[in-house]
Write a protein that binds this ligand. Sequence first.
Ligand code: ADP
Ligand code: UVW
Ligand code: MG
Length: 424
Amino acid sequence: MSIVPESERPNPYSAYGAHGSVLVLNSGSSSLKYQLVNPVGGEAIAAGIVERIGESSGSVRHTYAGNTTERELEVPNHAAALRLALGLFDEIGPRLADAGIHAVGHRVVHGGERFSRPVVIDDDVVAAIHELVPLAPLHNPANVQGIEVARELLADVPHVAVFDTAFFQALPPAAYTYAIDRDVARAHGVRRYGFHGTSHQYVAGKVARVLGRRVQDLNTIVLHLGNGASASAVRGGVPVDTSMGLTPLEGLVMGTRSGDVDPAVVFHLARNAGMSIDELDTLLNKRSGVKGLSGENDMRQLRRLVEEGDEDASLAFDVYVHRLKKYVGAYLAVLGRVDVVAFTAGVGENDARVRAAVCSGLEGLGIAVDEERNAARAGEPRIISPDWATTLVMVVPTMEELAIARQCVEAVEGLQPSAAVPAG
Ligand SMILES: Nc1ncnc2c1ncn2[C@@H]1O[C@H](COP(=O)(O)OP(=O)(O)O)[C@@H](O)[C@H]1O
Ligand SMILES: CC(=O)OP(=O)(O)O
Ligand SMILES: [Mg+2]
């Protein structure tokens, strides 16, 4: 299989021609990323990020027409962050009133069992997202704040919620069920939901599109390696397993999150270290992962420490890679046949060393990376495995904002969702 040139790929979204731009808002636990996107061509018209929300020294960066404006300032909460961002559109451009905004798309992290596709937001949807706060205490409160302020400031356009969990609502019961007392589990919504679904779905679809294949014919392992990180096994466009669970804590080792641990670690520390539930939550979500092991959560800094011979950093890197390799092996077994392993997100797209380490030793399974192809840098999807490999290893930049923008148009227009259509 090889890459089909962009000019020869049909654009299934050209029918969206009439729909102007979509403002996409992605509220994280301490940041707000935003992008004004053209859903047809896919380009970002303007983009920005507000960081360190709730801390004493926050910052904002806004890019429009090739110019980037940066400011340091205190941003007390997500509502203030959004007012700040929208103010920058009017100050620096493009003016919101002139931007042809067709809809506002909100990334919502937890949609529970209720939402398996994007929905146009009304008061009932806001209440439902609020009800899911206990399942996503780090993410859903910020999402609700973002939605409330955006609906107030951009009252004339439809707002759409696009859920990280939606794609994974198609997981089979064997993959989403925890083997615990079924009555307790049902009463409290305890099951695996999966996250980063917009990215996993986009990348699985994009792989098919750039290879000129039907997504229905491909089995793909997607490795979304950002600050949060997750793996998925996708058979014919449908997810059959993923590494995150009830919350985005399970699975891979992440920047600050532990990923899989024996749940008895929690009981042990509660009983013997006197730690409270909130302290344990903070320990596993914010003081663990590669940061917990090395002091650094940013992969670039971690790699610098490894190169300086820091032993803690080396162990952190090895633990990170070991966990990833285990998930690749597990998903090979789940899928039976794997056509593509696709790396995406900040680490997956940029860190050749991580990709090489994850694939090393897998030659017997038909998986390998070619050193030269792996080292090449490009913003486009590409193949990095050698010609002899039976599984393609690819780097596929994720475009969550574009995927959200397109799902927004589909929800507003009542179009067939693009779930099975190769996106992008
Ligand atoms: N050139 C690079 N090499 C290695 N890691 C990188 C590089 N650029 C970004 N990253 C890593 O990507 C991560 C952030 O990825 P991103 O997908 O933006 O995450 P999130 O959306 O969760 O904030 C950081 O850990 C950062 O270290
Ligand atoms: C769900 C999740 O982990 O999101 P993020 O990677 O943005 O923290
Ligand atoms: Mg991300």
